[in-house]
Design a protein around this ligand. Structure first.
Ligand code: SAH
Length: 671
């Protein structure tokens, strides 16, 4: 057996201190065992360098070695005293069994996948764990010959507690097992067999595990299962109770949106010329209204003259035409008709747009505030705008455009299918065509600019969008990271073009989701290699950039259950115990603004630095799998410059068709 070097031992000691003890595991036996077991012996050779990071790692056969913290957390829940006879189901790499064996007497572990069972046995032997016994079998039936057990640990998620396992638990013994009908998220429960027929159940955490497959488990790996890493979040709040008190002290608490003083916020924004305002959902009235209030203030007293939103460029252009009273030809499509329609077609946005329409009317054209869309989902409408613009200024180039863009036209109903076909060679790439047209258009700038500069800029942006969207649909095929980055890069580039177009004094307010606006490098997105417009703005504009995030505890939200599904008003679940939202909820403030920069905030910011969960609700909300699908890890103080909390919120009000009847034809929300 190879001997542990001092270096590795020191690394493990540090790792256990930082990842296990600091997160609330207190049982000395468990901490001792975690320090003792060499995890690198249980991971594939090429991943050894990552053995002491707190994350699950692949071990082959589609399975993972559990995250160390969750192994420690589960074993602590078994409350072992030493010397017990323990059963584990789901040996995987054998790591958890090795940790158990440092405390218990004999450990029996069962693994369903033969190859893994063999490897686990070999790993355990290498690690010198002689009292661990590995069996290749369906663990849902336990290990009857060796029963009863003092403790049972199940390392895979089951729909229900297998009765065989309950029967094999000694009276007084404990079983820890992830349970739940939802394959994406389970409840970690502890069962204590108090008497022959008395099983007591406690819920101890929300977790996500790979499935327990077998006679008394799941039937087979259905589509609901994905290769998401398991992750545990402890439900016993580990945070100090005084932290919410400190937040309340350092924040500007306000009773409601009508009574909020924006003066100090205005001061903090100072000389910034890019202000990013987020939202924690795409369907919360309070976020829209508060954002509009801040925006109005910045326009009125700080000279901001552009609003750039996470909306389609051509649709946003319709708002711009209306608010800047521009005279442009009517378009052929309905603005904001694409899912999710409620995101911009709502009462809250309408109120703001109408205000800006009126305010702009009193100003000369150059002084009017403009409105732009940053997103790139409008490929085909953008094609139409470019062609119709060219038809009016340069019919020859319009003909060329029609031909070049013709390459994309067969795919209008399903642009993702274009990406697939182009990648697999089943269809030619349109990359050259769209790139050429953009160049040809930009070369004509001087010639066309004698006309309407706004219209040329609009056409050029649409042509840029077509080029980026063409790429977007091709990289989408490779997965979410590349396409996410491309989308946020497009937003950032668009922002820069807009600022440039409006000249050196331009000041812009960005409206987008927290996940775009908050610096991605402060969240788990960065671990996936993702960045966003907030991060890019900081890198480029700092210190002339200020970002504001939003959060809420509960209430209602407008969202759909699935893409293209109907909008529903749903209840938001109260915030998770390990989230920033819970901390803010515990302040008991109905609403507050918390600056995260500046000397007066330093002590608080230091205490908020410990990563916690944060919730993101987009156009889709699935409360039933909330932890798995809507929470991510973040360091709030690094993510935003300021955080606005509204404890209870309500759904936005989508516009009904009737409500916009009688409006002029140019009205952006008309139908
Ligand atoms: N404890 C392991 C991680 C286990 S992952 C470690 O520390 O590495 C869950 C394991 O449970 C997988 O290896 C999976 O193959 C196994 N498993 C799933 N259903 C099972 C069943 N019915 N019986 C035994 N093992 C099962």
């Amino acid at each position: 057996m190879k001997h542990d070097t001092d270096y590795q031992e020191a690394e493990r000691r540090q790792f256990v201190g930082k990842q296990i003890e600091a997160r609330g595991v207190r049982d000395q036996l468990v901490l001792y065992a975690m320090r003792k077991v060499r995890r690198e012996l249980f991971v594939p050779k090429e991943l050894r360098a990552e053995a002491y990071e707190d994350s699950p790692l692949p071990i082959g056969s589609g399975q993972t070695i559990s995250q160390p913290y969750i192994v420690a957390f589960m074993i602590e829940a078994l409350a072992l005293q030493g010397g017990e006879k323990v059963l584990e189901i789901g040996a995987g790499s054998g790591y958890a069994a090795a940790v158990l064996s440092q405390i218990a007497g004999d450990v029996f572990t069962v693994e369903r996948v033969g190859e893994l069972a063999r490897r686990a046995a070999a790993n355990l032997k290498k690690a010198g764990c002689e009292r661990v016994h590995v069996r290749h079998a369906d663990g849902t039936e336990g290990w009857a010959e060796e029963a009863p057990f003092d403790a049972i640990l199940v390392s895979a998620g089951a729909p229900d507690v297998p009765t065989s396992l309950m029967r094999q638990l000694r009276v007084g013994g404990r079983m820890v097992i992830p349970i739940g009908r939802n394959p994406r998220a389970q409840e970690l429960i502890r069962i204590t067999r108090a008497a022959e027929d008395d099983f007591q159940r406690e819920d101890i955490a929300d977790v996500r595990f790979v499935p327990l497959i077998g006679k008394e488990g799941w039937e087979s790996e259905d589509d609901g299962w994905q290769a998401h890493p398991p992750r545990v979040i402890q439900t016993r709040p580990a945070m100090s109770v005084s932290l919410p008190g400190l937040i309340a002290k350092k924040a500007h608490v306000f009773p409601d949106l009508k009574n909020v003083d924006l003066e100090s916020l205005e001061r903090r924004i100072g000389a910034a010329r890019v202000v990013l305002i987020g939202e924690a959902t795409h369907g919360t009235s309070e976020f829209y209204r508060m954002r509009a209030r801040i925006t109005r203030r910045l326009i009125e007293s700080k000279g901001f003259n552009i609003v750039a939103a996470e909306a389609d460029w051509p649709d946003a252009a319709r708002i711009d035409h209306y608010i800047r009273h521009r005279d442009v030809p009517r378009s052929e499509w309905t603005a904001f008709a694409r899912f999710p329609t409620w995101m911009w077609r709502n009462q809250e946005t309408r109120t703001f747009v109408d205000w800006l329409h009126k305010r702009n009317a009193t100003l000369e054209y150059e002084k009017r505030t403009a409105f732009y869309g940053l997103d790139l989902y409008s490929l085909y409408n953008s094609v139409r705008v470019v062609i119709s613009y060219l038809e009016s200024v340069d019919p020859d180039l319009a003909e060329v455009a029609r031909q070049r863009y013709g390459c994309l036209m067969p795919w209008e109903a399903d642009p993702a299918a274009y990406g697939h076909a182009a990648l697999t060679g089943a269809y030619r790439k349109c990359e050259q065509d769209v790139a050429h047209l953009l160049v040809e258009l930009l070369q004509k700038q001087q010639a066309y600019l004698t006309g309407d500069g706004d219209r040329f800029f609009d056409a050029a942006q649409n042509a840029r969008l077509v080029a980026n969207a063409e790429r977007y649909y091709r990289v989408m095929y490779y997965g979410s990271r590349a396409s996410w980055n491309l989308r946020d890069s497009h937003m950032f580039e668009t922002l820069k073009h807009v600022l440039h177009f409006h000249g050196p004094d331009a000041k812009v307010i960005v409206w987008a989701h927290n996940s775009h606006v908050g610096d991605a490098s402060a969240t788990e997105m960065s671990r996936r290699g993702e960045y966003n417009i907030g991060q890019l703005c900081r890198q480029y504009f700092d210190p002339e950039c200020y970002s504001i995030g939003f959060g809420t505890n509960d209430g209602t939200v407008a969202a759909a259950s699935a893409w293209d599904g109907p909008m529903q008003v749903m209840n938001i679940r109260p915030a998770h115990p390990q989230s920033y939202e819970r901390l803010f909820h515990l302040t008991n403030a109905p609403a507050l603004m918390l600056p995260l920069k500046g000397r007066t905030q330093e002590d608080l910011v230091g205490r908020l630095m410990k990563p916690l969960l944060e919730r993101a609700i987009g156009v889709i909300y699935r409360p039933e799998s909330e932890l798995a699908s809507h929470y991510f890890e973040a360091k709030l103080p690094l993510q935003f410059d300021e955080y606005i909390w509204i404890d209870r919120t309500s759904a936005i009000h989508p516009l009904e068709v009737l409500e916009v009847e009688g409006m002029p034809e140019t009205y952006p929300f008309g139908v």
